[in-house]
Design a protein around this ligand. Structure first.
Ligand SMILES: *Cc1c(COP(=O)(O)O)cnc(C)c1O
Length: 379
């Protein structure tokens, strides 16, 4: 038998999330961010499911864009980091990819091209994240340069990226918005500022296009809240099953380093799922999992292929028992709040040895109990 680790993925919930997020931003174009294998959800099926429901896709690099084109995606595709070298321009042109330009060198590569007939370009401006983009005061010569190139499509588009949008009252948000507005007042064009946190907290700044990543997958980027709080539904349900049960004695250590020590005689379940499958390695004792109708908890350090579960809440289960690691009823946000990683890493970290099944997962049990725990865990 093969390894019992499965990710159920829901097309219904994915489309629900697009509709729910679109409602917040009215007429703005909606770009689905599907970089990093669609945040671990499977870039091909996610994109095929969303084609027609969104106005375009955004990926990190040409390799990812080519996966989309080969999967039959016709919609616009934005290369968020642009091109890494001049030779990529021809591919971008042939595959009708929209390039983000954030470094002077990229503009110079463009100037040397003579074989292109059309190219859609975004100028990226650094408004405060301090990662990619021209400074506001440095935009003018490059804007002019794009105007001189006959193959550059008009209007020219502009984007910037928030650094703290998941924190509504962070002072940097205001600074970034003001800077972006200065840009809008200076240059005619199309404008995109909001990522998921922006869509949730600042829909009034949706402008011409929004770029949604994490929320698309039903996950809240806002600490202390789950996707459900925003009307979103999780796309991924992660399951495995128990492959061993130990009748541990009081004082027995569990797992590497003996991090957990049994406080009494107790049943300990061994689950086939570990950090080698993508479970967060920093998850602490007490991280919730769902076994049958019971909320149980992780005990001991997560191993590469296994983890141990305190089975005292449901002592009569047997090996083969399915266990839900996250999904409806047990938000990934709750699980991640029990470790050191942020929510993006939870789903993005799922490895390809987990089987992906695009089917609606069986409903999760005990919603009320789990959401009570969610609240406690996220305080
Ligand atoms: C990854 C990314 C996004 C999506 O961010 P989320 O917070 O996941 O919605 C949007 N814009 C840019 C430029 C990105 O790199």
């Amino acid at each position: 038998m093969s390894r019992p680790t499965v990710a159920f993925l829901s097309k219904k919930n994915l489309l629900h999330n697009v509709a729910a997020l679109r409602q917040r931003v009215a007429s703005a174009q909606f770009i689905a961010v599907v970089k990093a294998n669609a945040y671990g959800h499977g870039i091909r099926t996610v994109s095929r499911t969303l084609e027609g429901a969104v106005d375009g896709f955004a990926v990190a690099s040409i390799d990812e864009a080519l996966i989309l084109r080969r999967a039959g995606i016709q919609s616009p595709i934005i290369l968020l980091q642009g091109i890494y070298g001049p030779e990529e321009l021809q591919i971008a042109y042939e595959e009708r990819l929209e390039v983000v330009l954030h470094q002077p060198e990229q503009f110079y590569w463009l100037r040397k091209q003579h074989s292109l007939t059309s190219l859609s370009c975004w100028i990226k401006v650094n408004t405060g994240l301090g990662r990619l983009g021209l400074p506001l005061h440095g935009v003018a010569p490059f804007y002019d340069l794009l105007h001189e190139l006959p193959y550059v499509e008009h209007p020219i588009k502009f984007l910037s990226h928030f650094s703290c949008s998941q924190e509504k009252n962070h002072p940097l948000n205001r600074i970034q918005v003001d800077c972006f507005r200065d840009l809008m007042h200076t240059y005619p064009g199309k404008y995109s500022l909001c990522n998921s946190g922006g869509i949730l907290h600042f829909p009034e700044y949706a402008f011409d296009a929004v770029r949604s990543g994490i929320c698309l997958y039903g996950i809240s980027p806002v600490p202390g809240m789950t996707g459900q709080d925003w009307g979103l539904k999780p796309v991924m349900t992660l399951r495995s099953h128990l492959i061993a049960i130990q009748n541990a004695k009081r004082g027995d250590p569990i797992g590497y380093g003996g991090r957990f020590c049994c406080p009494e005689d107790m049943p300990v379940g061994i689950l086939a799922f570990g950090y080698g499958d993508g479970y967060p390695s920093t998850a602490r004792d007490g991280t919730p999992v769902l076994v049958r109708n019971h909320l149980c908890s992780l005990i001991g350090t997560v191993s590469m292929d296994m983890m141990a579960i305190d089975l005292r809440p449901c002592p009569d289960v047997n090996i083969g028992e399915p266990v839900t690691l996250w999904g409806p009823g047990l938000p990934v946000e709750t699980v991640m709040a029990h470790g050191e990683h942020h929510v993006w890493q939870g789903v993005t970290g799922i490895q390809n040895r987990v089987k992906f099944i695009w089917e609606e997962a069986p409903p999760a049990p005990m919603l009320s109990l789990v959401s009570a725990v969610t609240d406690a865990a996220l305080q």
